[in-house]
Write a protein that binds this ligand. Structure first.
Ligand code: GLN
Length: 251
Protein backbone atom coordinates (compact mmCIF):
# COMPACT_ATOMS: atom_id res chain seq x y z
CA UNK A 1 0.00 0.00 0.00
CA UNK A 2 1.12 3.58 -0.60
CA UNK A 3 1.32 5.68 2.56
CA UNK A 4 1.42 9.44 1.97
CA UNK A 5 3.68 11.48 4.26
CA UNK A 6 3.68 15.28 4.47
CA UNK A 7 7.12 16.45 5.66
CA UNK A 8 6.73 20.05 6.81
CA UNK A 9 9.53 22.60 6.20
CA UNK A 10 12.33 20.02 5.87
CA UNK A 11 14.82 22.61 4.66
CA UNK A 12 14.17 24.77 7.74
CA UNK A 13 13.36 22.34 10.55
CA UNK A 14 15.89 19.52 10.40
CA UNK A 15 18.23 19.87 13.36
CA UNK A 16 19.95 17.02 15.24
CA UNK A 17 19.31 14.42 12.53
CA UNK A 18 15.52 14.70 12.68
CA UNK A 19 15.43 13.73 8.98
CA UNK A 20 16.46 10.28 10.22
CA UNK A 21 12.93 9.79 11.50
CA UNK A 22 11.65 9.85 7.92
CA UNK A 23 14.27 7.25 6.97
CA UNK A 24 12.98 4.99 9.76
CA UNK A 25 9.39 5.40 8.59
CA UNK A 26 10.44 4.52 5.02
CA UNK A 27 12.42 1.43 6.07
CA UNK A 28 9.87 0.07 8.53
CA UNK A 29 6.99 0.60 6.11
CA UNK A 30 8.93 -1.17 3.33
CA UNK A 31 9.66 -4.10 5.66
CA UNK A 32 5.88 -4.65 5.79
CA UNK A 33 5.40 -4.18 2.06
CA UNK A 34 4.20 -0.60 2.16
CA UNK A 35 5.63 2.26 0.08
CA UNK A 36 6.04 5.63 1.75
CA UNK A 37 5.60 8.61 -0.59
CA UNK A 38 7.09 11.67 1.12
CA UNK A 39 5.86 15.08 -0.03
CA UNK A 40 7.69 18.20 1.17
CA UNK A 41 5.24 20.82 2.43
CA UNK A 42 7.00 24.16 2.80
CA UNK A 43 6.42 27.91 2.52
CA UNK A 44 3.40 28.51 0.33
CA UNK A 45 2.76 24.94 -0.80
CA UNK A 46 -0.75 23.61 -0.16
CA UNK A 47 -1.61 21.25 2.70
CA UNK A 48 -4.87 19.59 1.74
CA UNK A 49 -6.66 17.86 4.65
CA UNK A 50 -6.91 14.14 3.93
CA UNK A 51 -3.98 14.27 1.49
CA UNK A 52 -1.57 12.65 3.96
CA UNK A 53 -1.70 9.60 6.21
CA UNK A 54 1.16 10.93 8.34
CA UNK A 55 2.50 14.45 8.94
CA UNK A 56 6.02 15.12 10.24
CA UNK A 57 7.83 18.26 11.37
CA UNK A 58 11.34 18.43 12.85
CA UNK A 59 13.20 20.84 15.08
CA UNK A 60 15.11 24.03 14.44
CA UNK A 61 16.78 27.03 15.94
CA UNK A 62 14.78 30.14 16.84
CA UNK A 63 15.90 31.79 13.59
CA UNK A 64 14.54 29.05 11.34
CA UNK A 65 11.39 28.77 13.46
CA UNK A 66 10.72 32.48 12.88
CA UNK A 67 11.08 31.97 9.12
CA UNK A 68 8.27 29.42 8.92
CA UNK A 69 6.05 30.20 11.94
CA UNK A 70 3.55 32.50 10.15
CA UNK A 71 3.17 29.98 7.30
CA UNK A 72 2.66 27.13 9.77
CA UNK A 73 0.23 29.07 11.96
CA UNK A 74 -1.83 29.83 8.83
CA UNK A 75 -2.27 26.07 8.39
CA UNK A 76 -4.04 25.79 11.76
CA UNK A 77 -7.34 24.54 10.29
CA UNK A 78 -5.72 22.17 7.79
CA UNK A 79 -3.56 20.53 10.48
CA UNK A 80 -6.46 20.23 12.91
CA UNK A 81 -8.62 18.74 10.12
CA UNK A 82 -5.91 16.24 9.19
CA UNK A 83 -5.50 15.05 12.80
CA UNK A 84 -9.24 15.02 13.48
CA UNK A 85 -9.53 12.97 10.29
CA UNK A 86 -7.24 10.30 11.76
CA UNK A 87 -3.90 11.12 10.20
CA UNK A 88 -0.87 10.40 12.38
CA UNK A 89 1.53 13.22 13.25
CA UNK A 90 4.99 13.46 14.79
CA UNK A 91 6.46 16.84 15.76
CA UNK A 92 9.94 17.23 17.24
CA UNK A 93 11.19 20.10 19.41
CA UNK A 94 10.89 23.36 17.40
CA UNK A 95 8.06 21.85 15.35
CA UNK A 96 6.45 20.61 18.59
CA UNK A 97 6.65 24.11 20.07
CA UNK A 98 5.06 25.73 17.03
CA UNK A 99 2.17 23.26 16.98
CA UNK A 100 1.15 24.60 20.40
CA UNK A 101 -0.34 28.05 20.98
CA UNK A 102 3.04 29.66 20.45
CA UNK A 103 6.68 30.23 21.41
CA UNK A 104 8.19 33.27 23.14
CA UNK A 105 11.83 33.54 22.23
CA UNK A 106 14.74 34.77 24.37
CA UNK A 107 14.37 38.21 22.79
CA UNK A 108 10.74 38.41 23.91
CA UNK A 109 9.39 37.89 20.37
CA UNK A 110 6.18 35.82 20.15
CA UNK A 111 5.78 33.23 17.42
CA UNK A 112 2.10 32.34 17.00
CA UNK A 113 1.59 28.58 16.84
CA UNK A 114 -0.93 26.38 15.02
CA UNK A 115 -2.75 25.53 18.27
CA UNK A 116 -2.92 21.76 17.83
CA UNK A 117 -1.27 20.90 21.15
CA UNK A 118 -2.66 22.43 24.38
CA UNK A 119 0.53 24.12 25.53
CA UNK A 120 2.65 27.27 25.39
CA UNK A 121 6.42 27.64 25.33
CA UNK A 122 8.74 30.31 26.73
CA UNK A 123 12.50 30.27 26.12
CA UNK A 124 14.53 30.25 29.34
CA UNK A 125 18.01 31.64 30.11
CA UNK A 126 19.69 28.23 29.98
CA UNK A 127 19.45 25.43 27.47
CA UNK A 128 18.13 22.01 28.50
CA UNK A 129 20.64 19.62 26.96
CA UNK A 130 21.36 15.94 27.39
CA UNK A 131 20.17 12.36 27.13
CA UNK A 132 16.58 11.77 28.23
CA UNK A 133 14.72 8.70 29.39
CA UNK A 134 10.94 8.60 29.69
CA UNK A 135 8.36 6.15 30.89
CA UNK A 136 5.56 6.02 28.33
CA UNK A 137 2.29 7.66 29.41
CA UNK A 138 0.53 6.18 26.37
CA UNK A 139 -2.29 3.72 27.06
CA UNK A 140 -1.20 1.97 23.85
CA UNK A 141 2.27 1.34 25.31
CA UNK A 142 2.12 0.85 29.09
CA UNK A 143 5.50 0.34 30.75
CA UNK A 144 7.50 1.15 27.61
CA UNK A 145 10.49 3.45 27.86
CA UNK A 146 11.42 6.17 25.35
CA UNK A 147 15.05 7.33 25.03
CA UNK A 148 16.43 10.30 23.18
CA UNK A 149 18.42 13.51 23.27
CA UNK A 150 17.16 17.00 24.09
CA UNK A 151 18.57 20.46 23.36
CA UNK A 152 16.12 23.31 23.87
CA UNK A 153 15.80 26.70 25.56
CA UNK A 154 12.03 26.45 25.41
CA UNK A 155 10.05 25.52 28.50
CA UNK A 156 6.76 23.99 27.35
CA UNK A 157 3.91 24.04 29.87
CA UNK A 158 0.99 21.71 29.18
CA UNK A 159 -2.55 22.89 29.93
CA UNK A 160 -4.28 21.14 32.83
CA UNK A 161 -5.62 17.80 31.60
CA UNK A 162 -3.35 17.70 28.56
CA UNK A 163 -1.88 14.27 27.77
CA UNK A 164 1.91 13.93 27.94
CA UNK A 165 3.95 11.50 25.86
CA UNK A 166 5.86 10.32 28.92
CA UNK A 167 7.04 10.83 32.47
CA UNK A 168 10.68 11.91 32.85
CA UNK A 169 12.93 9.27 34.42
CA UNK A 170 16.11 11.20 33.61
CA UNK A 171 16.61 14.55 31.92
CA UNK A 172 14.57 17.77 31.72
CA UNK A 173 11.54 17.06 29.52
CA UNK A 174 8.99 19.75 28.72
CA UNK A 175 10.07 22.31 31.29
CA UNK A 176 12.59 20.82 33.74
CA UNK A 177 10.13 20.80 36.64
CA UNK A 178 6.81 19.08 35.79
CA UNK A 179 8.62 15.76 35.09
CA UNK A 180 6.42 15.47 31.99
CA UNK A 181 7.68 15.28 28.42
CA UNK A 182 5.94 15.75 25.11
CA UNK A 183 2.24 15.94 24.37
CA UNK A 184 -0.38 13.81 22.66
CA UNK A 185 -3.59 14.77 20.89
CA UNK A 186 -5.36 11.85 19.20
CA UNK A 187 -2.86 10.29 16.79
CA UNK A 188 -0.52 13.31 17.05
CA UNK A 189 2.63 13.18 19.17
CA UNK A 190 4.94 16.05 20.02
CA UNK A 191 8.25 15.59 21.78
CA UNK A 192 11.57 17.23 22.59
CA UNK A 193 13.45 14.02 21.87
CA UNK A 194 15.94 14.20 19.01
CA UNK A 195 18.60 11.68 18.18
CA UNK A 196 16.80 11.00 15.86
CA UNK A 197 14.01 9.70 18.02
CA UNK A 198 12.71 6.73 16.07
CA UNK A 199 15.73 4.43 15.44
CA UNK A 200 16.07 3.87 19.20
CA UNK A 201 12.31 3.71 19.83
CA UNK A 202 11.07 1.51 16.95
CA UNK A 203 7.77 0.64 18.65
CA UNK A 204 6.86 4.35 18.52
CA UNK A 205 7.55 4.40 14.77
CA UNK A 206 5.38 1.31 14.34
CA UNK A 207 2.54 2.80 16.40
CA UNK A 208 2.51 5.90 14.18
CA UNK A 209 2.79 3.77 11.02
CA UNK A 210 -0.13 1.58 12.17
CA UNK A 211 -2.24 4.74 12.46
CA UNK A 212 -1.09 5.88 9.02
CA UNK A 213 -2.17 2.50 7.56
CA UNK A 214 -5.51 2.77 9.36
CA UNK A 215 -5.99 6.26 7.90
CA UNK A 216 -5.07 5.06 4.40
CA UNK A 217 -7.47 2.10 4.59
CA UNK A 218 -10.13 3.92 6.63
CA UNK A 219 -9.98 0.89 8.89
CA UNK A 220 -9.24 0.20 12.55
CA UNK A 221 -5.58 0.35 13.63
CA UNK A 222 -3.84 -3.02 13.65
CA UNK A 223 -0.41 -3.74 15.17
CA UNK A 224 2.24 -4.15 12.49
CA UNK A 225 4.11 -7.45 12.26
CA UNK A 226 7.12 -7.22 14.62
CA UNK A 227 10.63 -6.83 13.19
CA UNK A 228 13.87 -8.24 14.63
CA UNK A 229 15.06 -4.84 15.99
CA UNK A 230 18.17 -6.11 17.77
CA UNK A 231 20.19 -3.06 16.70
CA UNK A 232 17.36 -0.75 17.69
CA UNK A 233 17.12 -2.41 21.10
CA UNK A 234 20.86 -1.96 21.58
CA UNK A 235 20.65 1.72 20.55
CA UNK A 236 17.81 2.19 23.04
CA UNK A 237 19.80 0.52 25.82
CA UNK A 238 22.84 2.72 25.18
CA UNK A 239 20.75 5.91 25.15
CA UNK A 240 18.81 4.83 28.25
CA UNK A 241 22.06 4.00 30.05
CA UNK A 242 23.51 7.40 29.25
CA UNK A 243 20.36 9.12 30.49
CA UNK A 244 20.27 7.08 33.70
CA UNK A 245 23.92 7.95 34.37
CA UNK A 246 22.61 11.48 34.89
CA UNK A 247 21.11 10.03 38.07
CA UNK A 248 17.50 10.72 37.17
CA UNK A 249 17.87 14.47 37.50
CA UNK A 250 18.70 17.27 35.08
CA UNK A 251 22.39 17.89 34.42
N1 GLN B 1 14.69 26.86 19.13
C1 GLN B 1 13.90 26.06 20.05
C2 GLN B 1 14.51 26.06 21.47
O1 GLN B 1 15.65 26.41 21.64
C3 GLN B 1 13.79 24.62 19.56
C4 GLN B 1 15.14 23.91 19.51
C5 GLN B 1 15.13 22.61 18.74
O2 GLN B 1 14.30 22.38 17.86
N2 GLN B 1 16.11 21.73 19.07
O3 GLN B 1 13.84 25.69 22.42
Amino acid sequence: MILRVGHLYPEYLNIYADRGNIAVFVRRAAARGHELRVEEVTLGTPLRPGAHDLLYVGGGQDREQAMIAPDLAARREAIRAAVDGGAALLAVCGGYQLLGRGYRGRDGSWLEGAGLFPHETVAGETRMIGDVLLESALPEAPGRTIAGFENHAGRTVLDPGAEALGRVVAGYGNDGSSRLEGCRVGRAFGTYLHGPLLPRNPWLADLLLSWAVAHATRGAPEALAPLADELEAEAHAVAAGRARSRGGRPA
